[in-house]
Design a binder for this molecule. Structure first.
Ligand SMILES: *[C@@H]1O[C@H](CO)[C@@H](O)[C@H](O)[C@H]1NC(C)=O
Ligand SMILES: *[C@@H]1O[C@H](CO)[C@@H](O)[C@H](O)[C@H]1NC(C)=O
Ligand SMILES: *[C@@H]1O[C@H](CO)[C@@H](O)[C@H](O)[C@H]1NC(C)=O
Ligand SMILES: *[C@@H]1O[C@H](CO)[C@@H](O)[C@H](O)[C@H]1NC(C)=O
Ligand SMILES: [Ca+2]
Ligand SMILES: [Ca+2]
Length: 351
């Protein structure tokens, strides 16, 4: 008897969770298409472009091939890759960066990335990695001539679990978002739906590791204002953006929460205007219950005057999934817009 009751109860619990999730995550939401000029898919990216970071010179790093519990992957057996794209070229194409020997490339599973340039103009790429579904932070030095990444160091810490994105502030100093407390996909979904809120933003440096912000359901993308005084964190489950002030000791104080009607994934700041660009999932249920016939949609929002009393929010891109599925990040560079996705293609548009 017991053997029969347990699956039935589990099934009922699962049905309840899904029903609750549909309501909480507004599974009925559909987007109206919005397209800036001249959008084209980027050749060579088919299996994700989860995160993008762009150097002031216009060289873009793109992380691809993420495998994450509960998320679809078009290439589950292929190791992840980092691509480079020069946004100054009229018809940019991507090039895979080679990775130095001695680094375990077979289990490379890149998630959030962040760049850092030191006083000697050396460029470092910090990558959130999930080898065998663990979380590590990999530090690479970028060799522009060789188009390669030289692995320098792996950082692991008991508080650096389920890391989604990072923001590098200095050598081995960064903020990181922990998007879930649990690491199993069913528990991850459950904690999001019951609002457990055991997630946080962490500050890491060789001298000090501390939790600097709580109160999130599932913190995701993190970025910094051009004057380096404010941090913006996207909460994908609560559909909002937390605006926080940075103190000298790197603690964060919440200034305000900008509520949206879409699940914000990654955030970037337009270097020319200071506007915040958000890669969003209008309907997270379509992402979780992936169906290629009714694919997850894409939406990119531009938030102007984010620190003012009335930030202005408009949609710069929206698509029902027929062109681009599950947009997770957008980056503006000199009137161009680069849009990445969790597991699908990447799109390049003129603004
Ligand atoms: C769900 O999305 C639709 C379409 O955007 C919106 O009109 C409605 O208010 C949303 N419902 C909830 C509960 O947020
Ligand atoms: C995407 O993954 C599929 C399946 O592994 C593979 O056949 C295809 O070549 C990949 N595409 C790119 C551009 O890497
Ligand atoms: C973009 O979103 C992905 C998926 O959640 C995340 O892993 C990555 O860190 C984000 N990138 C940026 C630029 O915040
Ligand atoms: C998406 O929109 C296009 C037209 O804009 C339409 O042809 C297509 O059927 C739609 N797809 C879905 C999955 O709704
Ligand atoms: Ca990032
Ligand atoms: Ca993210």
């Amino acid at each position: 008897m017991g053997k029969l009751v347990v699956p039935t109860l589990l099934g009922a619990a699962l049905a309840l969770i899904v029903a609750f999730g549909r309501q909480k995550l507004n599974a009925s939401r559909e987007v109206e298409p919005v397209e800036p000029g001249n959008c084209q898919l980027i050749e060579g990216i088919e299996n994700g472009s989860e995160d993008i970071d762009v150097l002031p010179s216009g060289l873009a790093f793109i992380s691809s091939g993420l495998k994450y519990p509960g998320m679809p992957s078009f290439a589950p057996d292929k190791p992840g890759q980092i691509f480079l794209m020069d946004l100054n070229k009229p018809n940019p194409h991507v090039q895979e960066l080679s990775i130095s020997n001695g680094f375990d490339k077979a289990s490379f599973n890149p998630h959030g990335i962040s760049t850092f340039i030191d006083e000697d103009h050396n460029v470092y790429l910090y990558v959130v990695n999930h080898p065998h579904m663990e979380s590590t932070l990999e530090i690479f030095k970028f060799d522009e001539q060789q188009r390669s990444l030289v692995h320098l160091k792996t950082i692991e810490h008991e508080l650096l679990k389920s890391v989604n994105d990072i923001l590098v502030l200095g050598p081995e100093q960064f903020y990181a978002t922990r998007d879930h407390y649990f690491t199993k996909s069913c528990l991850m979904l459950l904690e999001m739906l019951i609002d457990l809120r055991w997630t946080y933003v962490l500050y890491y440096s060789p001298k000090e590791v501390k939790v600097v912000a709580r109160g999130f359901n599932s913190p995701n993308g993190i970025t910094i204002s051009p004057d380096k005084k404010y941090i913006y964190v996207a909460d994908v489950a609560d559909k909002n953006i937390h605006v926080m002030k940075i103190h000298d000791n790197r603690d964060l104080t919440l200034l305000k929460v900008i509520q949206l009607d879409t699940s914000v994934d990654n955030l970037t700041v337009d270097p020319d205007t200071g506007d915040v660009l958000a890669g969003c999932h209008p309907n997270v249920m379509k992402l979780i219950l992936y169906n290629p016939k009714d694919p997850p949609q894409s939406e990119v929002l531009r938030i102007q005057d984010i620190l003012s009393e009335k930030p202005r929010i408009n949609t710069v891109y929206a698509n029902n999934g027929s062109i681009l599925q599950a947009s997770s990040v957008a980056f503006a560079y000199k009137r161009k817009l680069l849009i990445g996705t969790i597991f699908d293609k990447a799109l390049y548009c003129e603004l």
